[in-house]
Design a protein around this ligand. Structure first.
Ligand code: SPV
Ligand code: MG
Length: 431
């Protein structure tokens, strides 16, 4: 009896999957692979069912002989293990990043004479409806909110990219790249005070008020499913902060990061060039405690951001604060620096980890940008935030376009570097 292998990465079985099984069954004994959570989140889907539930679901399909776990998006391990005579897959992986997986499978099968069978993808209103429903489910507050905690468990380092509008949210949601035989994408979004303010032409001094920040979050939430971390500046008055915690939680935001400053907040990247006042340890701990008391779910995270290195108050002060804020209930510690050399960040992480093995550490490597995610993870970092790179890449491009149109009195000269009209009108999916 020949063996036929097909890998599923779905939480719902629709006609398209049944069609694949039916096809596969004609060639021999059907083994279905259930893609592991770790592999799934690097590909295109976040699971709403556990791996066990997915295995049971696949086992319940008529014609499936056996279900095994595939723990990597590429097929090297599973093909070495099973040596299937055939691999069956929908033909919708010929384009885009998934085509790298197709190439991988073709290469592996050809080494021993295995065969790839591609089945026409089922485009039907019922199938699109199910796909759409799954996406909507992931966008619901209760799913989105807890996803950050799930990601911290699932992945060595949670990769977060800045978003300040629906369109930047879509870029973070949808960008997938194939690199060195692996697929990768961002895990979550950072609603930066700097970029949200900059998009509105305002300085980053807590001038853009919470109502406006919530409006930005809502714009992003309407078109995306990935979890959101809000840059909450100082958190404002404690009496206001507790209300905002409830609101953010209800909306489905996963975390707020508040920084230990008081009075007029300026952007950290100014460091000591401008006057900024650090909040007292007890005062800030009280704010954290009040926020934790106000929150209603176990999912939401309040992360304390320590500005001691930014304000040149020293490593000991940063570590004392980290211990105090964790004791006050902070669900994570963000340590910030504006030095190019990551040494002080790494020293903080190593020393913090000597006594605290579990509290998540968050870093924002805007200045110390030479260090990689893996190196940071090796020092105990859990979340890496790319806080402003989308804004900083878009701005010079737009400015140059504006200047060149003024210079040439027409748009022809800039056309080559513009996204084609056909592409932009199709960028946004219609329901
Ligand atoms: C932001 O993105 O607004 C931040 C990070 O707070 S930083 O600009 O580096 O202070
Ligand atoms: Mg900020």
């Amino acid at each position: 009896m020949k063996t036929v292998y097909t890998c599923f990465c779905t939480d719902v079985i629709h006609d398209g999957h049944l069609n694949i099984i039916e096809h596969a069954h004609q060639y021999g004994k059907v083994i279905v692979g259930a893609l592991s959570d770790e592999a799934l989140i690097r590909y295109n889907k976040f699971p709403t069912l556990s791996l066990d539930e997915r295995i049971k679901l696949y086992q319940s399909i008529d014609g499936v002989e056996e279900v095994v776990v595939q723990d990597s998006i590429m097929y090297d391990g599973i093909i070495a293990r099973l040596h299937p005579d055939y691999v069956v897959h929908g033909d919708n992986w010929r384009e885009g990043p998934a085509s790298a997986i197709r190439e991988n499978v073709i290469g592996l099968l050809s080494a021993y004479g295995g065969e790839l069978i591609e089945v026409g993808y089922t485009y039907s209103p019922a199938v699109s409806r199910i796909d759409h429903q799954l996406r909507e489910k992931l966008a619901m507050p209760e799913y989105r909110r807890r996803r950050l905690r799930q990601l911290i468990e699932l992945t060595p380092v949670v990769k977060v990219m800045e978003a300040h509008s629906g369109i930047t949210g879509l870029i973070v949601e949808k960008t997938i790249v194939e690199n060195e035989g692996k697929l990768d994408q961002f895990d979550a979004m950072w609603v930066s005070s700097l970029c949200d303010s900059t998009a509105k032409g305002k300085p980053d001094i807590e001038l853009v008020d919470m109502s406006s920040r919530l409006r930005t979050i809502d714009d992003i939430m309407e078109v995306t499913t990935k979890p959101i971390i809000l840059d909450g500046d100082t958190g404002g008055l404690t009496e206001h902060f507790v209300y905002n915690v409830r609101t953010l939680e209800r909306m489905g935001v996963s975390a707020i990061i508040i920084e230990d400053k008081t009075g007029l907040k300026k952007n950290s990247l100014f460091g000591t060039e401008v006057e900024q006042t650090q909040a007292g340890i007890e005062e800030f701990s009280a704010k954290i405690r009040a926020g934790k008391q106000a929150q209603l779910t176990d999912d939401f995270m309040i992360i304390a951001r320590i500005e001691s290195l930014i304000l040149e108050r020293g490593m000991e002060d940063a570590l004392t604060r980290a211990a105090a804020f964790t004791k006050a209930g902070a669900d994570g510690i963000m340590i910030h620096s504006r030095k190019k050399d990551p040494a002080e960040i790494l020293e903080f992480c190593d020393r913090f980890r000597e006594t605290d093995k579990t509290t998540p550490i968050v870093v924002v490597p805007s200045s110390f940008n030479v260090i990689t995610e893996d190196e940071l993870a090796a020092h105990g970092v859990n979340i890496v935030i790319y806080a402003n790179q989308l804004t900083r890449s878009a701005f010079p491009a737009m400015q140059k376009t504006a200047e060149d149109i003024l210079r040439f009195h027409r748009a022809k000269e800039v056309d080559d570097r513009l996204m084609p009209i056909g592409q932009i009108i199709r960028l946004i999916e219609e329901i």
